[in-house]
Ligand binder design. Structure first.
Ligand code: LLP
Length: 386
């Protein structure tokens, strides 16, 4: 065992694989629970899109969180993990008919609706099942977030949500329909947000919109502010648990929640990000013209974030104490973008060493692909390796 990893066990496993430290996950969930307990009407849903590994989901489900799903597949995974249907919200800009039907059959809590055509389809399909579907409108708040452009969602130019200008109109349309019930508003400004000022800006926008609706005597039972709280990719050990205390405090201080309202959150990365590492084996060390490469058996098919978003994941050689050298750490895929890190300082690397790519619990395993006919990586929970 070097540091936090059971190296001897790792040597018995086929690489690459995801390793989930369940103590970190449980501690994170416990922290959320104790922070949320300070506020009467806060309700946290886990954003399934971050990770649906069954071992991870089981622990999250046992902690009592609800689920934020964006597909029929995620609804099925949530139900299978025993997350109660009445705690499931279903979002997504393009829900297929079968997915809406599945949500209706399961009696999920609500549909986060993004357009009038979608509302019409939900109304029709709910009618066919003799049901009334709870609907929440996702409003595009035109609030920027200080994060990567690909994961900013709340700007007017993004495809997400209904524009603020149209908010009253869609509510009016819903109120004329028989098989949907308007119950709330939904927002989400982006992901990996570390500047709490961005969340404050969202609160201010929600307050404005609420005032506008109240002036028309439209009551909103549920406000959902999405997710987005970031994690510290630079210090996965030192700061394993994000600052939930400050995050919830910001919403408590700035969002003017009415006494009859519930405030919902959809957190993904901040729940599972730090508990996961991608463990990979060094295949070769290769000298280039002016640098050396550590070539791993993991590639962008196993963890696409560096290639797709230029994301940083801390890289560690967990089986070497040799003096530090500098490497470009790359995968075996036939793409120039298959690079995990350039000019990375690592304890001297040799064939067979194990390399950990840290903070990979969110949007890691779930975004893996089979490109180049590769096997999908497996995932292990620490407690099953004990
Ligand atoms: N709610 C909605 C409506 C969302 O679109 C998302 C994430 C979340 C909640 C959860 O956000 P979180 O708490 O995880 O930030 N694949 C990218 C991230 C995409 C996020 C998409 N939406 C990445 O690897 O960084």
């Amino acid at each position: 065992m070097k540091g936090i990893f059971p190296i001897d066990k790792f040597r018995e496993l086929r690489t690459p694989f995801y390793y989930y430290d369940t103590k970190v996950l449980r501690d994170t969930l416990a922290c959320i629970k104790s922070e949320v307990a300070k506020y009467e009407r806060f309700d946290v849903h886990y954003a399934m899109k971050a990770n649906v590994n069954p071992k991870v989901l089981k622990i999250i489900s046992e902690s009592g969180l609800g689920a934020d799903c964006v597909s029929g597949g995620e609804i099925r995974a949530a139900i299978k993990a025993k997350i109660p249907a009445h705690k499931i919200v279903f979002a997504g800009v393009g829900k297929a008919d079968w997915e809406i039907e599945l949500g209706l059959e399961c009696d999920i809590f609500c549909f986060n609706v993004e357009s009038i055509p979608e509302l019409q389809v939900i109304n029709e399909l709910a009618g066919a099942q003799g049901k009334v579907a709870n609907v929440v409108f996702r409003i595009n708040p035109n609030v920027g977030a200080h994060t990567h452009a690909n994961i900013t969602t709340g700007l007017a130019e993004n495809k997400f949500g209904i524009s603020m200008r149209d908010m009253e109109e869609v509510i009016d349309v819903a109120q004329e329909m028989k098989n949907v019930k308007f119950v709330g508003l939904h927002f989400h400004i982006g992901s990996q947000i570390l500047d709490m000022g961005d969340f404050t800006a969202l609160c201010n926008r929600v307050n404005e919109l609420q005032d506008r609706l109240e002036a028309r005597r439209i009551l909103v039972e549920h406000i959902n502010v999405g997710g987005g709280l970031g994690i510290d990719y630079n210090h996965p050990n030192r700061q394993a648990i994000p600052d939930f205390k400050e995050y919830f405090r910001v919403y408590d201080e700035h969002l003017k929640l009415r006494p009859y309202q519930t405030l919902h959150f959809e957190l993904g990365r901040s729940i599972v990000g730090q508990c996961g590492s991608l463990i990979s084996k060094v295949l070769y060390v290769k000298k280039g013209a002016n640098k050396q490469f550590a070539i791993l058996d993991a590639g962008m098919t196993d963890l696409i974030r560096p290639a797709l978003y230029q994301a940083y994941h801390k890289i560690e050689n967990i089986t070497s104490d040799a003096p530090i050298q500098t490497y470009d750490v790359v995968g075996p895929i036939c793409e120039s973008s298959d690079v995990f890190g350039k000019a990375v300082d690592l304890n001297g690397v040799k064939r067979g060493d194990l390399i950990a790519l840290r903070s990979a619990g969110a949007y890691g395993e779930i975004m893996a692909s089979r490109y180049n006919c590769r096997e999908l990586p497996l995932g292990y929970a620490s407690e099953e390796l004990l």
